[in-house]
Design a binder for this molecule. Structure first.
Ligand SMILES: C[S@@+](CC[C@H](N)C(=O)[O-])C[C@H]1O[C@@H](n2cnc3c(N)ncnc32)[C@H](O)[C@@H]1O
Length: 254
């Protein structure tokens, strides 16, 4: 039996692992298959337009944690869903560099509008620059602030005036707040409206007991359970990237 030796650095301790060569080849081949299937999916899906390519590039050059950006395939899914729904009003929680906002805006009606909320004010210049690269940017209102505070403000405004309800909401801000976001978003939505929630499989941690004490994982599990148990909501989790939950609000919530 041939063994491969691995040296891992874990919790300040170095550990040596011996792995059977066949097991090692199996894992490598699985990773290769996943990589090539992902490449295949990208090559056989509509391409990103030049603006989205430019935003992807500048995000990788300028921003810490560029992995947060939706990216090519998820971006096309968001665009496709939005074009199916044809929303007049979209709300997004968690703008990052504006990539997903521009994808979702592709489905807006002529007179449609998207409001996107981002709490990191250091991102404001980059977001405004990115949104201005596309004519769709004119339909997007960027709000710099905490998602829950802004949702409260939108709720107060909705009670005071006859404000139009949201047709589509994309939840992608603080994972620990997803349950509260759901409670606050539902009264702002029209009956039959749609919610998309990102990262709901959290890299598979959602079913991994090793993450039982991880705050984000615990909060996302609570969110998934809450959505699953709510009879007013129709739902499905797509195993796309980090998990994308699609929710339809069957019954109007007051
Ligand atoms: C995963 S990124 C969003 C990615 C973006 N939607 C996309 O797909 O390209 C999450 C964003 O939410 C923002 N965020 C985190 N907590 C927030 C909060 N409490 N209120 C508003 N934005 C928040 C972060 O600063 C980050 O830019």
């Amino acid at each position: 039996m041939c063994l491969v030796l691995f040296l891992c650095h874990f919790d300040c301790k170095s550990t040596i692992f011996f792995v059977d060569m066949q097991v090692f080849y199996y894992f490598c081949s699985q990773i290769n298959i996943k990589m090539s299937i992902f490449e295949y999916i990208e090559q056989h899906s509509s391409a990103e337009n030049d603006v989205l390519k430019q935003i992807t590039r500048s995000t990788h050059l300028e921003v810490i944690n560029p992995r947060m950006l939706s990216g090519h395939v998820q971006g096309r899914v968001l665009s496709m869903l939005s074009q199916m729904i044809r929303p007049k009003r979209i709300l997004e929680l968690g703008t990052f560099t504006g990539y997903s906002a521009l994808c979702l805006a592709e489905g807006l009606t002529e007179d449609g509008k998207l409001i996107t909320i981002e709490h990191n004010d250091e991102m404001e210049c980059a977001i405004r620059r990115n949104l201005s690269l596309s004519p769709l940017g004119e339909k997007i209102e960027l709000v710099i602030g905490d998602a829950k505070e802004e949702l409260r403000r939108l709720g107060d405004k909705a009670q005071g005036e006859r404000q139009e309800k949201f047709d589509l909401v994309f939840v992608d801000a603080d994972k620990k707040e997803y349950c509260d976001y759901l409670d606050m978003v539902l009264p702002l939505m029209r009956e039959g409206g749609w919610i998309l929630a990102d990262n709901t499989l959290w890299d598979g941690h959602i079913i991994d007991p090793a993450y039982d004490k991880d705050k984000q994982t615990v909060a996302l599990r609570a969110f998934n359970d809450k959505v699953a148990q709510d009879e007013r909501l129709e739902k499905v989790i797509l195993p796309l990237r980090d998990g994308l939950t699609i929710i339809r609000v069957k019954q109007l919530v007051n």
